[in-house]
Write a protein that binds this ligand. Structure first.
Ligand SMILES: [Zn+2]
Length: 308
């Protein structure tokens, strides 16, 4: 998450700097024109005078003239397609990330979502349905894998109008489950849906970060898990468990998403009874629900070994 935060800071300051830089370049260009230079000089000297008089509480007969000359100068700039005031990407916060009242600006939230979206696509292994290399492999789990392929392909094609919302893919190491999940994720991302792909390790780390964070920075930490159209957690069961901390947040995330009809996909080395033992009845019953869950278990040889 720290990398997203620092990317936002970098992007904002780059935007702000370039807005000032563009304004300065436009001003230099405009100053080369005698009409503009004369108007500009007059506006500047009158501004100082009017401001000075206003500060000392005096009326100034020049303020009307200043207004007139300023609008003339603006017209000249408009006609020449120049701007000497910085054109910020976000006028609401002038690219500082904070509005005048101190609130975090909406543009920060937009940036955050964009960055997380790109990041999750970046984290998705580049596996696709069309690279169905498994079919050509001579392995014990081929039949099961092929079945899972058609099921998940159908899910990806029909998403989000599918009765299945929670996909659990269980299997031993190297059974091909992460590739299969990535194929679903990439298919959804191709169709414009936001996919948050994370490992159980990173997921858990972020839940802990949320738990220990200051209230003011808490707000966005879990957003990517809640906002994405699809949340994918790879290798559930390998992470450290903190019963009253991470399990609580994990339940909240699954519960919120599934209540809202949003999808979750999980790969795990554990079978359903091991999942029940490890995560408890509450999480288990949220994940294994007859109405919206699909559970597949693939047992077979390690495909990575076969490939080699
Ligand atoms: Zn803004």
């Amino acid at each position: 998450m720290a990398d997203v935060k620092s990317s936002i800071t970098t992007i904002l300051s780059r935007r702000r700097r370039s807005a000032f830089e563009r304004a300065r370049l436009d001003w230099e260009k405009a100053r080369k024109d005698a009409t503009f230079a004369a108007l500009d000089d007059k506006v500047r000297s009158l501004s100082v005078q009017v401001a000075y008089n206003a500060a000392s509480g005096r009326e100034d007969e020049n303020s009307a003239l200043l207004k007139e000359l300023t609008s003339k100068r603006d017209e000249w700039l408009k006609a020449h397609k120049l701007s000497i005031t910085p054109a910020f990407t976000c006028p609401e916060c002038e690219d500082t990330g904070r509005r005048a009242n101190g609130e975090v600006c909406a543009c920060v939230k937009r940036l955050f979502n964009e960055l997380v979206k790109n990041k999750s696509r970046g984290a998705l292994p580049p596996f696709r349905f069309k690279d169905n290399a498994v079919s050509s492999m001579d392995c014990a789990q081929q039949k099961t894998l092929d079945k899972a392929y058609s099921l998940y392909k159908k899910f990806a094609d029909e998403f989000p109008d599918t009765p299945v919302k929670c996909l659990i893919l269980s299997g031993n190491v190297g059974s091909g489950k992460t590739c299969l999940m990535a194929a679903v994720g990439n298919a959804l991302a191709d169709r414009g849906y936001t996919v948050c792909f994370t490992t159980a390790f990173r997921f858990n780390k972020q839940l802990l970060e949320y738990h220990t964070s200051d209230l003011r920075v808490k707000a966005h930490i879990l957003d990517e898990f809640l906002d994405a159209d699809m949340l994918m957690i790879d290798d559930l069961g390998t992470e450290q468990i903190y019963k009253n901390v991470t399990l609580e947040y994990m339940y909240d995330i699954f519960d919120t998403r599934l209540s809202e009809g949003k999808s979750v996909m999980i790969t795990t080395n554990l079978d359903n009874s091991e999942l029940n033992d490890r995560y408890g009845e509450r999480i288990y019953s949220r994940l294994f629900n007859k109405r919206y869950s699909s559970y597949k278990r693939i047992i077979g040889s390690d495909l990575r070994m076969i490939k080699r």
